[in-house]
Design a protein around this ligand. Structure first.
Ligand code: OKP
Ligand code: ZN
Length: 346
């Protein structure tokens, strides 16, 4: 299986994120996630580790607003040179907003922090000098995997870091900046595939939901922890089914804390039935391994056997699949879990 990866993910390494109560805590999305994953993959006989091809910004701009993309590109440099509105003594190693747009706001502020809040869904997506480059390369990995499908591979894996599924058309959030899975799906649609995105990360794929909410072009489904109790809190509820022409083309499957193999697999069966009915010709899977037992950000109890069954159910759809890595933060098990999943899929 072709595995696309880039060294550039290391350039994105924010010291902290900000949690409720203003707590600055170490971010879970750290470079060793990918380093250990690739080291583990390199020991298998079937993983072919490859650099991404260069597609430039076009596939990114097919999903994200140009003003958001250029904000991400220049924001950190602006922050370093201006020190924000308070002056150079108020610097921080990361750029994070402190105010967010209220519901009926329409203005895009000129100030750096005004824009930063406007383009963020929360304080869990700090921007550093290398964020844009890392996110750009992660997106190139996703499109490279999509292209591998397009030229005949039955599946390909993009080792994306930062992840993507919380990023919307014009916002970052929850460790995500560019929506890698959406970018891959849009690119496939452009090559005349009929595409579905299945998101199995522990956290609701709000960005993917948002991006395709009003279009039937891409069927989107997300199985995740109930947002009533978990990040991203404001989206991912069962009654959110799409709008306008997109009505009926989005599905959320919120599950309770502690969900284990049996309940998860029953829910996945419902999701795969919906996918079959849509009759796609390709699929993108937002592969979050934070559903597995022992993840520090999640509380599902999916076992190794359960993970294999999940992969088999997806495999039985018989579709070409692009896998985009999303979450999975237990450094001791991430590599093995990815291998377990991909071997069962193959
Ligand atoms: C990214 B992905 C809020 C903590 C928020 C952010 C989680 C981002 C997960 N108290 N933490 O979906 O794996
Ligand atoms: Zn997650």
């Amino acid at each position: 299986m072709k595995i696309y990866k880039s060294e550039s993910h290391k350039l994105h390494n924010p010291e902290f994120e900000v949690y409720e109560g203003g707590l600055k805590l170490p971010i879970f999305d750290v470079p060793p996630r990918i380093d250990s994953l690739l080291a583990t993959l390199a020991k298998t006989s079937w993983a072919e580790l490859l650099e991404p091809e260069y597609f430039g910004l076009d596939p990114v701009l097919a999903v994200h607003d140009a003003d958001y993309v250029s904000f991400l590109q220049s924001a950190f440099t602006e922050w370093e040179t201006s020190g924000g509105e308070l002056g150079p003594e108020y610097t921080s190693p990361v750029l994070l907003p402190a105010s967010f747009p209220p519901r009926r706001s329409t203005k895009i502020p000129k100030s750096l922090f005004g824009r930063c809040g406007y383009y963020s869904l929360g304080t869990n997506a700090p921007i550093v000098n290398g964020t844009f480059k890392a996110a750009f390369e992660a997106a190139q990995c996703a499109v490279s995997a999509a292209k591998a499908i397009n030229v005949g591979s039955l599946s390909a894996f993009a080792a994306c870091r930062p992840p993507g599924h919380h990023a919307g058309i014009d916002y970052c959030g929850g460790y995500c900046y560019f929506n890698n899975a959406a970018i891959a799906a849009k690119w496939l649609v452009k090559q005349n595939y009929k595409c579905a995105i299945l998101d199995i990360d522990f956290h609701a794929g709000n960005g993917t939901q948002d991006i395709f909410y009003d279009t039937p072009e891409v069927l989107t489904l997300s199985i995740h922890a109930n947002p009533m109790h978990h990040f991203p809190s404001f989206m991912g509820y069962q009654d959110e089914r799409g709008s306008g022409e997109g009505l009926g083309y989005h599905y959320n499957f919120p599950l309770p804390s502690g969900t284990g193999d049996a309940d998860y697999l029953m829910t996945l069966k419902k999701a795969t039935a919906v996918i079959r009915e849509f009759k796609p010709t390709a699929m993108v899977v937002s592969l979050g391994l934070d559903i597995c037992e022992g993840d520090p950000t999640g509380n599902f109890t999916i076992s190794v056997v359960g993970l294999r069954n999940i992969a088999e159910q997806i495999s039985e759809l018989g579709l070409p699949v692009v896998f985009c890595l999303e979450g999975g933060y237990n450094l001791n098990t991430l590599g093995l879990n990815v291998i377990t999943f991909l071997e069962a899929f193959l």
